[in-house]
Write a protein that binds this ligand. Structure first.
Ligand code: SF4
Ligand code: SF4
Ligand code: FES
Length: 471
C-alpha cells in the first residue's frame, strides 16, 4: 500500500485520495471551509494550504491527490502564516455577531479563528451588510456572515439535484442567492444549514431556540420512511430541539430529507394523550396505571378473539413483547403509502421512500399480515398499537366491537376507542428497526417519555396475566 508522511507520521492511502482525508486518518484535521466529503471539490477558500517537501508553492490539501512517498507539512511557519492570512481575509467582512449567531458553539469560523487565526484585526473599514432573507419554509439566510465557500450551491446542484442557488455579483459584492430569489424547491433544504460552515444559512425551525452547548445528543433512526436514515437527536430537559443526519455511507451518506428532519414535533404536541384514559363512558376519565391495567384486563377477559393492528413503527423488541403477551391473537401491520413492503419504492433520486413507516419489513418478518386483510369486525376485541409517527386510519376503532389503543394517540383520534394506554414515541425509547434494505438498525432513547407514558413492554408485562388467559 502506498503511503505519505504528514508531519512525520506515515499514513497509507488508496490511489486518488486527497491529502486532507488521508491526514485526517492520522488525526491531523486540516482546517477547511469549502471542502465537504459529500460534495465536489472546488479548492476555493484556500484554508487548507499545506507544504509538500520539494515543491515551491503551498498546495490545497483538499484538491491535491497523494503520491507515494510524499512528505506533507502542516505546521511550518510558512503554512501557519498563510492559513492565518486566509482566515483574516475571510473575516474581513464578517460581522462580530457571535453572541447572537445560531452557529456559535459549532462554527468552523470561530474554531479556526481560535486555532489558526491572528489575535486582532487590521480591518477598520465598513463591513458590507444585507438584511436577513427567507429562502422558503426551511432556511433563513444571513448574507453578512457568508464566506463564499459555495458549499450551498454545490449542495443544491449535487444533493438536491436542482440548480437553484448561485453566486451573483463579484469580488466584495459577491452574494449567494436563489435564482430569481425564488423559495428553495428541494425537499432536502434543511441540509443547507448542515453544510454551511458558518451561521449564514440556518433552519427556521431551530433558529434561536437553544444554545448548542446546552444540548445533549442521542444516536437514533428517523421513523419517517423505510429508508431509516441515521440521525442525531439533540435535546435538553426532556425536549427535542432538532434532528440532524448522522453519517452512514450504506444508508443515507451525510443526508436526510426535510420531512424527516422536522418530523418530531408531535412528540411534544399538547394534544397527545399523556395519561391512561378510560373512554367507556361518555366522559373521558384519566386513570392511574393500576386502574388502567385493571380496565384493560376486564376488556381482555371478555374477549374470545383478539386482533392487533400495529403501526409499522413498532420496534422489533415491541413486536416480540406483543407476540409473547398475545400468543393466540392475530397480528396485522399498518403503514402509510404501501400495504406490503414489496410495493415500496424510491420516490426521489436520493432517500425518500413510498413506505412512510420505518419497520414494515420487521413486522412482516415476524409474521404480521397486511392491513388489507384486517377486518375489525372479525374480533371480539381489537388492540390498536401506534408506536411512533404512523397514524392509524382515522375512525377505524369505530368499526371494532371493543378496542384498546396502546401507544401514541392524540385527542382528535380517540373516536371508537374504549381505553388508551399511552406508550413511548420513537425518540423516547431504544429499539431496532429493519429498513428497506433489510438492515437491522438499533437506536438509543433520547428523552424520557412524556407525562405518564411508559415503554410498551412495561405496559404489556403488567397486562400479561390477563392477556394469556384469552384468545
Ligand atoms: S451561505 Fe454558507 S454555504 Fe453558502 S457560500 Fe455562504 S458560507 Fe458557504
Ligand atoms: S428519507 Fe425517510 S428515513 Fe430519511 S430522513 Fe427522510 S423520512 Fe426520514
Ligand atoms: S478546504 Fe481546501 S480550499 Fe477550501
Amino acid at each position: 500500500m502506498p503511503n505519505i508522511v504528514v508531519d512525520g507520521v506515515q499514513v497509507e492511502f488508496k490511489p486518488g485520495e486527497k491529502i486532507i482525508d488521508v491526514a485526517a486518518r492520522a488525526k491531523n484535521v486540516i482546517p477547511r471551509y469549502c471542502y465537504h466529503e459529500g460534495l465536489s471539490i472546488v479548492a476555493q477558500c484556500r484554508m487548507c494550504l499545506v507544504e509538500i517537501e520539494g515543491q515551491k508553492k503551498l498546495v490545497t490539501a483538499c484538491s491535491t491527490p497523494c503520491t507515494d512517498g510524499m512528505k506533507v507539512n502542516t505546521t511550518t511557519d510558512r503554512v501557519k502564516k498563510s492559513v492565518a492570512g486566509v482566515q483574516e481575509f475571510l473575516l474581513a467582512n464578517h460581522p462580530l455577531d457571535c453572541p447572537i449567531c445560531d452557529q456559535a458553539g459549532e462554527c468552523s469560523l470561530q474554531e479556526n479563528s481560535y486555532k489558526h487565526g491572528n489575535e486582532d484585526t487590521r480591518f477598520d473599514f465598513f463591513r458590507r451588510t444585507y438584511i436577513d432573507v427567507d429562502m422558503g419554509p426551511s432556511i433563513k439566510k444571513n448574507m453578512n456572515r457568508c464566506i463564499h465557500c459555495t458549499r450551498c450551491i454545490r449542495y443544491c446542484d449535487e444533493v438536491g439535484q436542482i440548480h437553484e442557488m448561485i453566486a451573483e455579483q463579484r469580488g466584495n459584492n459577491t452574494a449567494i442567492v436563489t435564482i430569481d430569489d425564488k423559495p428553495l424547491q428541494t425537499a432536502y433544504a434543511g441540509g443547507l444549514a448542515d453544510v454551511c460552515p458558518v451561521g449564514s444559512l440556518t433552519t427556521k425551525d431551530f433558529r434561536f431556540k437553544k444554545r448548542v452547548w446546552y444540548l445533549k445528543t442521542a444516536a437514533s433512526i428517523c421513523d419517517g420512511c423505510s429508508q431509516g436514515c441515521n440521525i442525531t437527536v439533540s435535546h435538553d430537559a426532556g425536549l427535542i430541539y432538532r434532528l440532524e443526519p448522522r453519517e452512514n455511507q450504506e444508508v443515507n451518506k451525510w443526508w436526510m430529507c426535510d420531512e424527516g428532519r422536522y418530523g418530531f414535533h408531535h412528540v411534544h404536541s399538547p394534544s397527545r394523550v399523556m395519561s391512561p384514559t378510560d373512554l367507556r363512558t361518555s366522559e373521558m376519565k384519566s386513570l392511574n396505571w393500576s386502574e388502567a391495567s385493571n380496565a384493560a384486563r376486564e376488556l381482555l377477559k371478555s374477549a374470545r378473539s383478539i386482533g392487533l393492528l400495529v403501526a409499522a413503527d413498532a420496534t422489533l423488541e415491541e413486536v416480540v413483547a406483543l407476540k409473547k403477551s398475545f400468543p393466540q391473537a392475530e397480528f396485522f401491520s399498518f403503514s402509510i403509502g404501501v400495504d406490503k413492503s414489496e410495493d415500496d419504492k424510491a420516490t426521489d433520486h436520493l432517500l425518500r421512500r413510498k413506505d412512510k413507516s420505518p419497520n414494515l419489513r420487521g413486522l412482516e418478518e415476524a409474521g404480521f399480515k397486511p392491513f388489507s386483510s384486517f377486518d375489525p369486525k372479525n374480533f371480539d376485541l381489537c388492540v390498536f398499537v401506534s408506536a411512533g409517527k404512523v397514524r392509524l386510519p382515522y375512525g377505524i376503532a369505530k368499526l371494532a366491537k371493543k378496542s384498546i389503543g396502546m401507544g401514541l394517540f392524540f385527542k382528535e383520534e380517540l373516536t371508537g376507542l374504549n381505553l388508551v394506554l399511552p406508550a413511548c414515541s420513537t425518540y423516547e425509547k431504544a429499539g431496532t428497526f429493519v429498513n428497506q434494505q433489510g438492515k437491522k438498525q438499533c437506536f438509543a432513547a433520547a428523552v424520557q417519555p412524556v407525562g405518564m407514558s411508559r415503554p410498551l413492554e412495561n405496559i404489556l408485562s403488567a397486562l400479561s396475566d390477563g392477556a394469556r388467559k384469552v384468545g
